[in-house]
Design a binder for this molecule. Structure first.
Ligand code: ATP
Length: 432
């Protein structure tokens, strides 16, 4: 299996992910997505949106603000409960999240730990010029609450009937005690969340439905089945408001770890917001003429963790023969940052002209690259390493019969197609 160091090195070398503020020595746990990283991230978000909003009649989207009225966090329980137990090593002074330790001692030097104390994970800041208690606001630690407080707005303006869901993608912030494992656990990250509102009593059915939907989303985008598993939370692990929760876990280099959580949150959130806001957050059921507070199923995924899982799953160091090897990313074409690369076989004027024409046409549809430098073999390998699924080469035969070769990244096999067939050929293999 690929190591995290190899992934980090590839990401830096090929412009996927850089350390944040690198020229100043970086900032712990913060990362910048480079030109290829941002394309890949956008693809993941777009594919999630397509599957969960565009293709579903029962889910609509939202983009709520990151800063919210601090009462939201009082009602949601984040102010009093969103904390992890933390302790310091008396010897090496390192800080640890106690609930993640096997034994109650420093994993680094074996030193004795101080008594555990609770540490709230929300980032605090001030709104406006005066830095006093009344100006305190928080950076949201999840996107979910923006959805709950808009439940009535969305339900009424969209005339949605239960069951229906609201989806949102956006940044969240948690002052994690022990961030690490590259982009797996950071203090600023992006989430893709759905709050799916259901009639109490149907919640278990919908919980199952969403677990299935979400796992299939990863499968359909090429994640290997043996690297994904569903783990149900034990009773001792469940958040106090949740009736049930499962994690979709991926086999990362550091072991099985959470990729996405899918919880049955009951009517906890809306009940709390109704109590704290004094607003009526019930739903009126036309058929039964009854009002009730719906239950909520919440599939909550991380954009960054998904991207990391897709990269790890796709990575292969492939020995081709005795002294020939390549690094290849077998990414699903829909996820690949660059969909195709166009090459003139040689840097000859008439080949360059034709290749540029093809490139200029393709770029209206997808992110594509044009490359004329170095041997054709080297150019193919450069694209393999960033997961470009198709290499299109213009050669002398192209000038005679308007055909090009299309090379498949995974098999390295080439076929000849007419220029007019390039777009349909790619479309069929890229779009999901
Ligand atoms: P963990 O147990 O790993 O701290 P969590 O159970 O607190 O995660 P949730 O609150 O369920 O996480 O958040 C939903 C999803 O958001 C996670 O499955 C993960 O993909 C993503 N996520 C949460 N915290 C982070 C983080 N610090 N960095 C990157 N992604 C995160």
């Amino acid at each position: 299996m690929v190591t995290m160091d190899e992934i980090v090195a590839l990401c830096k070398r090929r412009g996927f992910i850089f350390q944040s503020s690198e020229i100043y020595g970086g900032l712990n746990s913060c990362w910048d997505y480079g030109p290829l990283g941002v394309e890949m991230k956008n693809n993941i978000k777009r594919l999630w949106w397509k599957a969960n909003v565009q293709l579903r009649d029962d889910v609509v989207g939202l983009d709520s603000s990151i800063l919210m009225n601090p009462k939201v966090w009082e009602a949601s329980g984040h102010l009093s409960n969103f904390s992890d137990p933390m302790a310091d090593c008396k010897l090496c002074k390192k800080r640890w999240r106690v609930d993640q330790l096997q034994e109650y001692k420093c994993p680094e030097c074996g030193g004795e730990l101080t008594e555990a104390r609770m540490f709230n994970l929300m980032f605090k800041t001030f709104m406006g010029p005066v830095e006093d208690e009344s100006a305190v606001v928080y950076l949201r630690p999840e996107t979910a609450q923006g959805i709950f407080v808009n439940f009535v707005n969305v339900q009424q303006t969209m005339r949605k009937k239960i069951p229906f869901g609201i989806a949102q993608i956006g940044k969240s912030f948690r002052n994690e005690i022990t961030p690490g494992n590259f982009i797996f656990r950071t203090r600023e990250f992006e989430q893709m969340e759905i709050e799916y509102f259901v009639k109490p009593g149907t919640d278990e059915y919908w919980h199952k439905h969403w677990i299935e939907q979400r796992i299939n989303w990863y499968y359909n985008l090429g994640i290997r089945k043996e690297n994904l598993r569903v783990r149900e939370h034990g009773k001792d692990e469940l958040a106090h408001y949740a009736k049930a929760c499962v994690d979709i876990e991926y086999l990362f280099p550091m072991g099985w770890s959470e990729l996405e959580g899918i919880a049955n949150r009951t009517d906890f959130d809306l009940t709390q917001h109704q109590k704290y806001s004094g607003e009526n957050l019930t739903y009126f059921d036309d058929e039964t003429k009854q009002r009730y507070i719906p239950y909520v199923i919440e599939p909550s995924a991380g954009v960054d963790r998904s991207l990391l899982a897709f990269l790890i799953d796709a990575y292969e160091y492939q020995q081709i023969d005795k002294d020939d090897f390549r690094v290849v990313l077998h990414l699903h074409p829909a996820i690949s940052p660059v969909k195709a690369a166009v090459f003139p076989l040689m840097k000859k004027e008439e080949l360059v002209k034709k290749a540029r024409e093809i490139y200029n046409e393709l770029k209206y549809k997808w992110i594509v690259q044009y490359d004329e430098s170095g041997s054709i073999g080297k150019r193919y390998r450069r694209q393999d390493e960033i997961g470009t699924p198709f290499g299109i080469t213009v050669d002398y035969q192209t000038l005679e019969d308007e055909t090009v070769t299309i090379r498949d990244r995974d098999t390295m096999e080439q076929i000849r197609v007419h220029i007019k067939e390039i777009i349909p050929y790619l479309e069929e293999r890229i779009e999901v």
